[in-house]
Design a protein around this ligand. Structure first.
Ligand code: FES
Length: 107
């Protein structure tokens, strides 16, 4: 698929996360303010719950799953705390003008 637009830069307030779909696939777009945007799979790797309904910690660059409380590193997608043990997929991000773009590979 290559680089695709996932949302606009003003669609996600600083310190927050929103869910957007591209080709029927949900992505969690996080705005870390001065640190920029991070995008990970919207679905938690533990029990198929929406990660984007969780809390973002801008200082640590993490998001906490609201279902069972696993915290994920937004730079790597790896879980920092249990019960999740598998990473969520993370995507390369770039901002072009007012657009947040992510690189999605077909697999
Ligand atoms: S569903 Fe996310 S930690 Fe269980």
């Amino acid at each position: 698929m290559g680089w695709v637009r996932v949302c606009g830069t003003s669609d996600v307030p600083a310190g927050e996360v929103r869910r957007f779909e591209v080709s029927h696939r949900p992505f969690a777009v996080v705005n870390l303010g001065e640190e920029g945007f991070r995008v990970v799979d919207s679905i938690c790797s533990h029990a198929h719950y929406f990660l984007d309904e969780g809390e973002v910690d801008v200082d640590f660059g993490t998001i906490e799953c609201p279902k069972h409380g696993s915290t994920f590193d937004l730079n790597t997608g790896k879980p920092i705390t249990l019960p999740a043990t598998q990473p969520v997929e993370r995507f390369d991000v770039k901002v072009e003008g007012d657009d947040v773009m992510i690189e999605v590979t077909d697999d």
